[in-house]
Write a protein that binds this ligand. Sequence first.
Ligand code: BG6
Length: 481
Amino acid sequence: MQQERRFLWGGAISAAQAEGHYVTEGRLPSNFDFLPLDDRRLKAVYKNQADSILQEEPERIYPGRFGNNFYEQYQQDIQLLHELGVNSFRFSISWSRIFPTGEESEPNSAGLDFYDRVLTELEKYDMEPVVTLSHFEIPIHLVEKYNGWENLEVVDLFVHYAKTVMTAFGHRVKLWIPFNEMNMVLHIPFIGGGVLFDTDKDNLSVQFQAGHHQLLANARVIEAGRKINSEMQFGAMLAAGKTYAYTCNPNDVFAALQQEKENLLFSDVQVFGEYPTFFQAYMKKKRLQLRISETDLEILRKNTVDFVSFSYYSSACTAAEESGKERVATNGYTTIRNPYLPKSKSVWQNDPLGLRITLNQLYDRYKKPLFIVENGIGTQDTFSDEQVHDDYRIVYIQEHVKNLLLAVDEDGIDLMGYLIWGIIDLPSVSEGRISKRYGVVYVDQDDENKGTQKRYKKDSFYFYQKVIASNGQYVFKKEGE
Ligand code: BG6
């Protein structure tokens, strides 16, 4: 690849899914620590049912509270990643580890110390840290007191947290992602925004209001960060994946276009510094009641992002008339099954060319450096004799890397890097279970959080190692070469 910057090959995790130790050394729980394993998990949580979710249930398994024990095993994990050859690692900082309730004025020094140690370990191996400030986590106290991101007060509290962290680490971390997948607040509001719904309220407005507050916080964090260290770069982060029209019937094409506008709304604001023009009409049509001040708009205008990062697992598919069509799960919502994509080992449909299409779409639209900060296949693995023969993961990585290389070399996309999601197995967001595994490193832990938590290299570890060592070219090697 001909680029001046070093291309970042790596892996990603989030605090809530990896660290465990949810009340260790002063940390208090976040929304993620209360997620149940049953079908309430991805649904909007109504205030009159909130007790059932927010109350301790001794019998309930809370995967977020255990993670994969990164909190204790980070040194060994980073050492393994070094052996893999990665030069970049994305992790998130847990707000509740730094400000346990979210309202303290002084940070919990044990929390800052932990991330200081993680950074020291990354520096030892010359790995570029990519730090997410909010990855589906908000202190539970702020959910209970303010209804999470619905309330403007939370913006100040988040900016205080972000400033504290950037002051502590701004000279060691260049790449910052204030919010993970901001568009998810429209699909999984409790996870994405810490908001509980009222039965008699206009909840779509609540979701967009929470989204607006995150946009505002994002802009204010950028403003503050640039004062702390002008070298820092900030990224938008969206759950991406081209939405295809089910057929070339203009009605289907138009339906797909509309869905994309909604999906790209938040990144549009983060890149262009203003809401897209369609949003005025959209607000009217959906009768959204939003509190957006002129000062907010000014802050958004002045503080736009430097790069656009995104997760890509699959494309989506939509039609003007969706009823009667088979649906399939994708990241945070369901979509029409695309009949042109073969069934694979994962529930989510695999579409490697869709990654190239998405890269082109985002680059044409934003003309900013792009960064794939999550990609991977989440599925069951068979662990036997301390080995995992995950040929399906090898194929997945190979096909996606081929497409990103083609996007760079043939389509001229400015791509900063490629990070595999859940590089070390961790509990999934949508299913809650660790048995939906993404890693190239296996963690001996089951869905009831039992196991040794020892790490083992899967076959895909050795494959990805060769991919990285060849700066990607290994994916084009034919068998026997
Ligand atoms: C993204 C999230 O939505 O997808 C991750 O940023 C998540 O936190 C990943 O784990 C995969 O989704 P899931 O539901 O399989 O864990």
